[in-house]
Structure formats: structure tokens, C-alpha cells
Design a protein around this ligand. Structure first.
Ligand code: EPZ
Length: 430
């Protein structure tokens, strides 16, 4: 297993190019199953979740042609099975999108229960099932989720989500794209990646209106044709680098973002004393003075994103005064707090709220990544701590951040990757 050796205590300077959005890519790739043609999908992040999804698509019979580092061509005209292999599907949460796509195209699907980050809370899929059932599918849950549309084709329906769910919104949208009739999703999620999926499907001939609002209307069409589509930049990846320089100090240019998507993160960091300046589709992020305490509540978009919660909490451990962070999306998402307190952070968790007393500095320690975003937060903490820290379980981080070590090194970070059972690193740090 790989671990990171991080020499922290120095400010970050330089430029970072943002990759395609993970949470858009892991929906758009399965959505290609709906297309009776060839899709060219561009700006796909090089992350292990994408690698696994492409392998699953190939096993279903899709022809996958990797064009270059970030572009692929998918031909789903000759799918041979609607049963996704368990050994792969179980590796990631997003495999549940295969259900909506296969149901939408073929009227049936068998996909193993999704895996993915377990950050301490439950991750139900009852809203997905509610949507599929409303559209005429019978769904059986066990080790596999087996779904079949009555009469072999999904039917348009009106669905009011009990919870604002990104996954359910995307999955129902996919199941509805080729349905007989119109589907209306109310209380829909509004994240940028929801809009990205709708734009992808519409560019292939779907008829989806209202994505980005809480009511999405999907008029089923007979067939989706091929085409080309480029995935949006990753709001959370960009926010993670902004949080890193907020914690370490310094100045970085975050390149290739959509400023509107960053508003909620930018506003909170500015409240904390971080300077953020928009320059076309880049942000200049600078922190030189003291960090100020703040209160954060994570909410569905356009609120402060839950996927930035571990990262912003880590920055707040260094802010003067008392801050609070309330998790408004997941039951709990604070497993990583123990790692920060071992570095000298003063945090106590009461229910869904973390109360953070700022400290002068964090001390280096041997810490572990509990999940994708907590792992990114560990990197931020280690970069801010004055000394050498080790981070294990880094495979979680590599699931969702393209070349994070290369990108951080380009900002001046001193990080070495070593195999756990290796001799001490031969290459110098940094
Ligand atoms: C997506 O997860 C993201 N994952 C998560 O990001 C992100 O935290 C989450 O949306 C919220 O933005 C992917 O896109 C692959 P939800 P998802 O359905 O779709 C409850 C990351 O770090 N709920 O929006 O699984 C659920 O328990 C990952 O990139 C139900 O009750 O999240 C939660 O409290 C981590 N029933 C809330 O809704 C359901 O059927 C939001 O969940 C579905 C969800």
C-alpha cells in the first residue's frame, strides 16, 4: 500500500489546473449506455473511479476507445448484458447509476449494491427505488439490485423526492430519458453536475428542462444519437486547493474553473480572511494574514458543499477564535476529526456540529485517510503542520483527485510517495 510522506510548514505558490468533475463523470459515463450511437466524452478526470466504470462498461459490451489522457469514445450500440459484474460494481458508489441507465435503455438492470466512501453515516437508495417504482419498475434489493420495467419500458411519472438527493435526481433522469411519456422530478438536487448530466443527455437528443432548479421535466424520446460532450471542471477539486493555500498561506492561481460554481466556497473563505480574486475562468487565492473564525453549515447546492466539509474544518483549526461546522447533508461525516486532534487541533463534535477552537499551529503526525474528502483534508493538515507527517490509506484520495501529488508538488509542496513495505525513500522529498 502507498503512503504519503509530507514535509509541511511551507506556504504554497504556483498554478493548478482543475480536472473534469468527478461527480459529473461518474454519472455521464454510465449515461452513455442510453445512447444508440458513439459518444466522444472529453475532460474526464484520470481517477480510479473512472477506470473502474470504463471496465464495467466494457464488460457490459460497450466499445471503449481511449483517445488521450482525458477523452474517450464510447460505443454502446451493442450491449450484451444488463448485469453489472459485482467485483467491479462494488468498488464505487456511482455504480448505482448503471441501474437508471440500463433501465432507461433496456427496461432491466442487475447491479450489485454500491460501495463507495463510508464516512460514518448510512447511504440509503430508497429515493432512487421510489423513482424507479413510480415509473413502473419492480425493484428487488439484495446483494444485487434487480430491476425490471413493466412491459419492458419505463413510463413517465411525477416524482416528489422526500430528500434532496443528487444520486436519485441523476438516476431518475437517466431512467426517464427514453421513457414512454414525461417525468417530472420535484425537490430535485441542483448541483452543477446535475446540470452537466442533463446537458450531456440533451446533446445526445434527450428532452430535459429545468436542471439546476428544483423541478426537472424529462420528456421521454425514442432514441439518443451519438455526439461529443466536455465535462465541467470540478468545483470540489478547486475548493480543495483553495482550502490548502488557506491553511498553508501563500498564493496560487486555480485555473479552468466556472466562477459561479465556486461562489459558496469563495464567500466562506473570504469571510475567513482569504483573498479570492476572479480572473476570467481562473481564481487567484491568497492568504497572508491571520485566518478568522467562521460558522459553516453544509447544504445542498447552492449552499456550502458537504464534500468540502472536512477540508474547511481543517482550515478552521488554524483560525483565531471559535468556529462551528454543521453537517446538513449526511448523518455524520466527522470520522476524520480524531486524526486532526492528534495533530493538536481542538475540536469537539456534538451531534452534527463540530466546535473548533483555533490553535497557532498543527503538529505533524502519522494519520490515515478515512474516505476521499477526509483524505484530502489530511493532506491539507499535513501541509500546514510544521514537520514531517505520514498519511496512509491514500487509495481513497486517489479515487477522486487526479494527480493530486503532482499538482501539489507544482505548488511547492514537499511530498513523497512510498510503498508501505519499502525501504526509506531514496528520492529526496519534494
Ligand atoms: C453524491 O452522493 C456525491 N457522490 C457525494 O460525494 C456527495 O456528498 C453527495 O452527492 C451530496 O452532494 C457522487 O456523486 C458519486 P445524496 P449521493 O443522494 O448521491 C440521503 C464525494 O466525496 N438519501 O445527495 O449518494 C442521504 O443519506 C462524495 O465526492 C436518502 O435518504 O448523495 C444523504 O443524507 C461523497 N435516500 C442525503 O440524502 C436516498 O435514496 C444526500 O444524499 C438517497 C439519499
Amino acid at each position: 500500500m502507498t503512503k504519503y510522506i509530507v514535509q509541511g510548514g511551507s506556504p504554497l505558490f504556483g498554478e493548478v489546473h482543475i480536472s473534469g468533475a468527478k461527480n459529473a463523470a461518474v454519472a455521464i459515463l454510465p449515461a452513455a449506455l442510453l445512447v444508440d450511437g458513439v459518444c466522444r466524452i472529453e475532460n474526464i478526470p484520470q481517477i480510479s473511479d473512472v477506470t473502474v466504470l470504463l471496465k464495467i462498461l466494457e464488460q457490459l459490451g460497450a466499445k471503449v476507445r481511449v483517445l488521450n489522457r482525458s477523452d474517450v469514445e464510447l460505443d454502446c450500440r451493442h450491449i450484451i448484458t444488463t448485469r453489472a459484474p459485482q467485483e467491479l460494481a462494488h468498488k464505487l458508489r456511482a455504480s448505482y447509476y448503471l441501474i437508471g441507465a440500463l433501465l432507461g435503455r433496456f427496461g432491466e438492470a442487475e447491479v450489485s449494491m454500491p460501495g463507495g466512501c463510508n464516512f460514518g453515516g448510512t447511504r440509503p437508495i430508497d429515493q432512487h427505488v421510489k423513482g424507479f417504482a413510480a415509473m413502473g419498475a419492480t425493484v428487488r434489493e439484495g446483494d444485487y439490485i434487480c430491476a425490471a420495467a413493466e412491459g419492458g419500458r419505463m413510463k413517465g411519472a411525477n416524482i416528489y423526492l422526500d430528500v434532496v438527493s443528487v444520486g436519485a435526481t441523476m438516476n431518475i433522469m437517466m431512467a426517464a430519458a427514453l421513457a414512454d411519456g414525461t417525468t417530472v422530478i420535484e425537490n430535485a438536487a441542483k448541483e452543477p453536475h446535475i446540470v452537466d448530466l442533463a446537458n450531456f443527455l440533451n446533446s445526445m437528443g434527450a428532452d430535459i428542462k429545468g436542471a439546476g432548479t428544483d423541478t426537472i421535466r424529462v420528456a421521454g424520446v425514442e432514441r439518443l444519437h451519438g455526439g461529443a460532450y466536455a465535462i465541467i471542471p470540478d468545483q470540489i477539486e478547486a475548493g480543495t486547493y483553495m482550502a490548502a493555500v488557506a491553511a498553508t498561506g501563500g498564493q496560487i492561481r486555480v485555473r479552468g474553473i466556472i466562477p459561479k460554481h465556486m461562489d459558496c466556497i469563495t464567500a466562506k473563505l473570504q469571510e475567513m480572511g482569504v483573498e479570492v480574486e476572479e480572473q476570467d475562468d481562473d481564481l487567484i487565492v491568497r492568504r497572508s494574514g491571520e485566518l478568522r473564525h467562521a460558522n459553516v453549515k453544509t447544504l445542498p447546492y447552492p449552499g456550502f458543499p458537504t464534500d468540502m466539509q472536512p477540508q474547511i474544518t481543517t482550515v478552521l483549526t488554524l483560525a483565531s477564535g471559535t468556529s462551528t461546522v454543521t453537517e446538513g447533508v449526511w448523518d455524520s461525516r466527522y470520522r476524520y476529526v480524531g486524526e486532526l486532534t492528534r495533530m493538536g487541533a481542538q475540536i469537539r463534535v456534538e451531534g452534527r456540529t463540530a466546535i473548533v477552537e483555533g490553535v497557532e499551529r498543527l503538529s505533524p503526525a502519522n494519520i490515515q485517510a478515512y474516505d476521499l474528502r477526509a483524505g484530502a483534508a489530511m493532506l491539507i493538515a499535513a501541509l500546514a503542520a510544521d514537520g514531517v507527517s505520514e498519511i496512509t490509506n491514500v487509495q481513497y484520495i486517489e479515487r477522486g483527485y487526479e494527480d493530486i501529488i503532482g499538482k501539489l508538488r507544482a505548488l511547492g509542496a514537499k511530498i513523497d510517495c512510498v510503498e508501505e513495505n519499502d525501504e526509506p525513500p531514496i528520492r529526496q522529498i519534494g
